[in-house]
Write a protein that binds this ligand. Structure first.
Ligand code: HEC
Ligand SMILES: [Cu+2]
Length: 360
């Protein structure tokens, strides 16, 4: 092809081909065996072998699945009693173990909620203070059940004794007025309050990492309060619905508050004055002469709240317990003669109300 004009229209492309001529060749043919429809004995044997292996593979695969299901069943739901104790059989189902792990973490979170919100009134170990004791077995046995705790935390302290001026606020954020704690925090708190007396790990409330005691280098732990094996004595009086009823002698004004009989020999020379107001004593130190009976004029100014004055010696033994009574009222306790020494006076109801009594 060139840019020059072509020689003429009869020579345009495509150029006509010469007619095709068949090339002579031998016909290609398969050997006679290809045309036969019956199997050779070798081929038949191979096919039989192959299908047997295929069935074996299938059977193995099925067995693996079946065995897996059986093992997984035992792992997840626990082995039937007949199998436990055999080697390789787990003692505990995974679901049960998981439930235990979750309740442990609930208790550990509840511990933090308690220490942050409740310990200042109910004591770090629930021993009581401004608020009533919580770690008492007879209370934990039935009185402080999960429903009751949820009600107290939702309604506030007035749920306990019907005291509208209760010092204990509403804690649940669904209460009226709403408190600071969410449903989950309350659940964890209840789990903590009712935790059995095993050891738990103190954890950081954000990271949930165990907290290491800087002195010992070990994880800090705490122990649950409730002894699950505890049972009340058959003749025990049930815990009163209102905690202060356990203390109050209320309406019957007793002339002498002392548990020990008033000392004979006329009026005592020394009378100490103690006032309780807002769950605290007005004095932190008292002084009395040695080996002489004396009196304590005790004014309870907290309306409807029980207080008393009790005395323990340096070894912690209680040497005098004044009657517990509700305010507002004043009673005079007759205290027997005490040897010289340093004593502690305290309120039986509120372990954080204490002071020092010096006898000399
Ligand atoms: C300001 C102090 C204070 C704080 C903080 C406090 N409480 Fe109380 N709590 C009380 C007082 C006081 C009572 C007694 C109620 C009454 O009679 O008014 C009480 C009662 C209770 C009771 C009922 C006890 C019984 O014997 O029936 C429970 C349970 C309780 N509190 C749990 C808690 C928990 C849990 C927290 C932390 C979220 C908490 N309290 C925080 C003061 C407090
Ligand atoms: Cu008191």
């Amino acid at each position: 092809m060139t840019d020059q004009p072509g020689p003429g229209p009869e020579e345009r492309l495509p150029a006509p081909r010469p007619p095709a001529e068949a090339v002579p060749a031998d016909r290609f043919a398969a050997p006679p065996s290809a045309h036969s429809f019956s199997l050779t004995p070798e081929r038949a044997a191979t096919i039989v072998r192959q299908s047997a292996s295929a069935r074996a593979v299938g059977f193995l695969a099925l067995s693996v699945v079946v065995i897996f299901i059986a093992i997984y069943y035992l792992y997840e739901l626990g082995a039937p009693a007949a199998l436990t104790g055999l080697p390789l059989v787990p003692d505990e189902s995974r679901l049960a173990a998981e439930q235990v792990a979750q309740s442990i973490s609930s208790v550990e979170r509840g511990y933090n909620v308690y220490q942050a919100n409740c310990a200042r009134c109910h004591g770090v170990k629930g021993e009581g203070g401004i608020g009533p004791v919580l770690n008492d077995q007879s209370k934990l046995f039935q009185h402080l059940n999960a429903d009751y705790l949820r009600n107290v935390l939702t309604v506030g302290g007035r749920y306990v004794c019907g005291n509208a001026n209760s010092l204990m606020p509403v804690w649940a954020d669904v209460g009226n007025p709403p408190g600071p704690l969410t449903y989950v925090a309350i659940d964890n708190l209840i789990a903590f309050l009712r935790a059995p007396d095993q050891e738990y790990v103190v954890r950081n409330s954000d990271t949930l990492e165990p907290i290491i005691d800087p002195l010992t280098g070990k994880e800090m732990t705490f122990t649950g309060w409730r002894d699950p094996t505890w049972e009340p004595a058959p003749d025990a009086t049930p815990v009163p619905a209102c905690w202060s009823d356990a203390f109050a002698t209320g309406s019957t004004p007793a002339p002498s508050g002392s548990a020990t009989p008033a000392p004979s020999g006329g009026p005592v020379a020394t009378t100490l004055k103690v006032t309780a107001q807002n769950i605290a004593y007005d004095v932190s130190t008292l002084e009395a002469p040695a080996d002489q009976p004396f009196a304590i004029e005790f004014a309870n100014q907290d309306a409807g709240i029980p207080h008393n004055v009790a005395i323990k010696d340096a070894s912690g033994a209680t040497v005098f317990t004044g009657d517990i009574f509700n305010g507002v009222e004043t009673r005079t306790y007759q205290v027997p003669a005490l040897p010289a020494g340093t004593y502690t006076f305290f309120c039986t109801v509120h372990p954080n109300m204490t002071g020092t009594l010096t006898i000399k």
